[in-house]
Design a protein around this ligand. Structure first.
Ligand code: F3S
Length: 401
């Protein structure tokens, strides 16, 4: 791989051992993918920050970098942690965990990371068309490539962290337009109308596509424009059930028109397949269950929708849990919605989510959600029975008259 004079100095250790390790890892992965050089990135986003997920090994890795005094050199954000930094005691997190997680966060902030703690970094800084990123949260990678037309591979957390320190990534994989061609045309036919407006249906479609085509690149013709939250739900589910990092959705993806006439293998997803994983009927919930939104972290619009459905409930039938970013939390606070939801008994958590926090292991009898990513991970990581819901008649499901 070609390296500039400065990159060579870093590679040879003249800028310290930590940066040497960082650039060597990026070069090694790049060479395996046939990259010819390194390219500058505008934004690094690092996942694997929850002490619950990375444990002592991850903690020691960050400590090594922190004590080496290396700093981020580009705008760099962090994924959710294992706890809400302000409400960890309320959530039942123990002191030892909280102390390790807090130290981990403080080291990362000391290295120059933003206090983001969200899997929706695109709401903090909107990726630009065709700009290069090094992101390592699969749902965010899907949004960057699919919705914004930015270019990023689906990096491992440590590699995205290394890129934040070097400001570069390898010129390979999805950074090259020739590797971004769609591989399969997915026809939705009679479910298209529901897909473009309903997060539950979009999640089910993403889940099925992820399972069917693994790491392929689907192209999905659509006559109507899906909402932002539908694209968010779809990309998260496709990235969880498969390794899909890029999809082309008509009326959404900026480069869709490049491939309209491409001769591709076709698959169709029909209503029967959707019904196999999506509950259409009204589930009966009690105080041991939960309704959950916020995987990926809930947007302002999703929380407003929840609020509009339940604001005049006398009492909730079940637990309602929302995970979101600090930015969205502040926005709903200014709108006066946060206080009203809290008064109703809704649990709103920031900085974390029920999938990456130890506070949510087997916490409920069942969880109902419209998130396909939560459907994929909650049973596996938290032993939590989970049902994917079409998300209609929310008021009837949640309110006790
Ligand atoms: Fe985000 Fe947690 Fe889901 S990090 S994408 S809310 S698993």
């Amino acid at each position: 791989m070609y390296l500039t004079k400065e990159e060579e100095k870093i590679y040879d250790g003249e800028r310290g051992e930590a940066l040497q390790k960082a650039i060597r890892a990026i070069v090694k992965v790049g060479e395996a993918l046939g990259a010819d050089r390194l390219i500058p990135i505008q934004h690094a986003h690092v996942s694997g920050i929850s002490y619950y997920n990375i444990g002592e090994a991850g903690y020691k890795f960050v400590k090594y970098l922190y004590t080496s005094s290396v700093k981020t050199v580009v705008y760099s954000t962090l994924n959710p942690l294992g706890m809400d930094l302000d409400k960890w005691e309320e959530l039942g997190i123990n002191k030892d965990f909280a102390s390790k997680q807090t130290e981990l966060v403080n080291m990362l902030l000391g290295m120059g990371f933003e206090k983001s703690f969200t899997c929706t970094p695109y709401l903090l800084r909107q990726p630009k068309f065709r700009e290069h990123l090094a992101w390592s949260e699969s749902s965010a990678v899907g949004m960057a490539n699919t919705y914004y037309g930015a270019y990023t591979n689906r990096e491992a957390g440590p590699l995205a962290l290394f890129s934040s320190l070097i400001g570069k990534t390898y010129n390979g994989g999805l950074h090259l337009i020739e590797n971004r061609k769609p591989t399969v045309r997915v026809l939705l036919k009679e479910i298209e109308k529901d897909f473009v407006i309903n997060e539950g249906v979009a999640s089910a479609v993403g889940y099925i596509i992820g399972e069917k085509i693994g790491d392929g690149i689907p192209l999905i013709p659509l006559r109507l424009k899906p909402t932002f939250d539908v694209v968010k739900a779809y990309t998260a589910a496709a990235g969880a059930a498969g390794s899909i990092a890029l999809s082309y959705l008509e009326n959404v993806s900026p480069e869709y028109s490049l491939y309209t006439n491409e001769n591709l293998e076709k698959i169709e997803i029909d209503i029967k397949e959707i019904k196999d994983i999506l509950v259409d009927a009204l589930p009966i919930l009690n105080e041991n269950d939960a309704y959950f939104i916020g995987c990926p972290h809930a947007s302002v619009e999703e929380i407003i929708n929840l609020y509009n459905n339940i604001h005049d409930c006398k009492k909730l039938k079940t637990n309602v849990v929302v995970s979101t970013s600090r930015m969205v939390y502040e926005a709903i606070e200014k709108m006066g919605i946060k206080e009203k939801l809290l008064n109703l008994g809704v649990v709103i958590i920031r900085d974390t989510c029920p999938i990456v926090s130890p506070a949510f292991q087997k916490r409920f009898e069942k969880v109902i959600t419209s998130s396909g990513k939560a459907l994929f991970y909650l049973p596996k990581q938290q032993s939590q029975p989970t049902i994917l819901l079409k998300n209609i008649n929310l008021r009837d499901i949640l309110c006790r008259e």
